[in-house]
Design a protein around this ligand. Structure first.
Ligand SMILES: Cc1cc2nc3c(=O)[nH]c(=O)nc-3n(C[C@H](O)[C@H](O)[C@H](O)COP(=O)(O)OP(=O)(O)OC[C@H]3O[C@@H](n4cnc5c(N)ncnc54)[C@H](O)[C@@H]3O)c2cc1C
Length: 417
């Protein structure tokens, strides 16, 4: 094998596969890391205790362009698909509760982007963010009290009032991140309940719409700076143009469903598989925070006359944490790259990445507590907060059981209950 002056194989420049980040990706990573370390980390404990949306921090993020529709657009635009997960990992390394307050908007934006017409994207996406002087957040409302893992069971209805060209929404949404405090709510409702999931459609509820009210704000175990609440829709009337994708498209889809034409479940699966790696990247960020903290601590803390890391029991735990985190990140990057380059998810690789990353985050933060001993169990040290924050990643955006179900169905082609 011939090599270049710096020792690299001579043909490495032509290699079509590389895990090396390019200059733009490295720059964005440093930028997000700087914000996470300088602004989010120092504020994390306070907002966790306050259990309130950290508006001043979101505003700071907006001022530097990190929280803006142009910024998010730039993260998505990377043709390799890696910038969005990289930014998410850094922000959630900084703090998951604040991170979710910043990134919660992305779910609604992704829905408008995925289902909306160009006019709808132009009208609603900027309103999800507001401006640096007047920041806003958005909320994506699918789950209901009786429709969590089983989204097809949702009961919220959308009725079309033809005379007024308005949609009338009724129902209750549960667990909505930013629910009730958002400028824009994207609500998934049933336009025809007999059709199950095939009768669902997504609607934008514009700011200050009558009939949308916030229910009880949920007191949570972790990501406490992120607002979670029920949302009630009581004869909530919205203009016809708020149906994402438009009425003709929905009518065509409902007609095909009534005729029993093959469902578009493949398209829906592609969408989930594309958004899950970003959620996985958030979990990787939390896991990495815990690992780094525990590694430093284990080198400092002395017992029996030596640093605790000099015991294999501690050192091997840290080796496993590092390996598992890298493994999770690689799955996240693979799925993000697949999504961006339009690869087919034949083995539910997006679900795989979210499943692995969520479980790694829970395990790594638990181990970090163990490595810190008594200190790990107190609120004087951040690892207990990271452990509380990590747990949500085996629950939302599809529980670990549901991810396994999706993967099992994808690899087997069988109907697994
Ligand atoms: C902090 C937080 C934020 C959230 N944000 C949002 C949001 O912004 N928008 C939104 O729409 N939703 C949101 N959710 C809702 C979240 O997506 C749901 O909680 C999640 O999908 C699980 O639904 P569930 O809580 O009803 O649990 P259930 O569906 O009742 O599940 C209970 C248990 O049963 C298991 N289970 C269910 N079905 C099966 C099966 N077929 N096989 C094996 N096991 C099964 C589950 O894995 C779980 O362990 C949020 C939730 C939380 C806690």
């Amino acid at each position: 094998m011939t090599t270049t002056a710096d020792g690299a194989p001579a043909d490495s420049a032509q290699a079509s596969f590389s895990l090396e980040l390019n200059d733009d990706q490295r720059d964005v990573r440093e930028w997000a890391r700087g914000f996470a370390a300088g602004v989010m980390r120092p504020a994390a404990s306070e907002w966790d205790e306050r259990e309130e949306t950290p508006w001043p921090i979101i505003q700071e993020a907006a001022k530097i362009g990190l929280y803006s529709f142009e910024g998010f657009g730039q993260f998505w635009a990377d043709p390799t698909g890696l910038t969005m997960p990289i930014v998410n990992e850094e922000l959630f390394w900084g703090d998951a509760g604040i991170g979710m307050s910043i990134m919660g908007t992305a779910l609604a934006v992704a829905s408008i982007f995925g289902s909306g017409t160009p006019e709808q994207m132009g009208e609603w996406i900027p309103q999800c963010f507001g401006t640096p002087g007047d920041v806003k957040v958005a909320s994506f409302c699918v789950s209901e009290p009786d429709a969590g893992s089983d989204v097809s069971a949702l009961r919220t209805t959308a009725r079309y009032d033809e005379a007024k060209d308005e949609w009338v929404l009724n129902g209750q949404k549960a667990w909505a991140t930013n629910g009730g405090i958002a400028a824009i709510h994207v609500v998934v409702a049933s336009a025809d309940r007999e059709l199950g999931a095939r009768g669902h459609a997504a609607f934008v509820i514009p700011p200050d719409t009558q009939g949308l009210t916030q229910g009880t704000k949920v007191k949570k175990h972790g990501i406490r700076a992120s607002h979670t609440a029920d949302v009630f829709l009581d004869d909530c009337r919205i203009p016809g143009r708020c149906l994402l994708g438009g009425k003709d498209k929905l009518d065509g889809r409902l007609a095909r469903a009534r005729e029993g034409t093959r469902s578009k479940s493949q398209a829906a699966m592609q969408t989930f598989e594309s958004t899950r790696p970003v959620v996985g990247a958030q979990a990787v960020g939390i896991a990495r925070a815990a690992y780094e903290y525990a590694l430093d601590y284990a080198k400092e803390r002395k017992q029996f006359g030596r640093a605790i890391i000099e015991n294999q029991g501690i050192a091997f735990a840290l080796a496993d944490m590092k390996m598992e985190i890298d493994c999770a990140r690689l799955l996240v990057w693979r799925a993000s790259w697949m999504a961006r380059t339009g690869q087919k998810f034949t083995a539910a690789e997006g679900s795989m990445s979210k499943l692995k990353a969520g479980e790694v985050a829970v395990a790594a933060t638990e181990r970090a507590i163990q490595i810190l001993g008594g200190n790990g169990y107190t609120r004087e040290f951040p690892v207990e907060r990271w452990h509380r924050d990590a747990k949500i990643y085996t629950i939302f955006e599809g529980t670990s059981e549901i991810q396994r179900l999706v993967i099992a169905r994808a690899i087997s082609g069988m109907k697994i209950a």
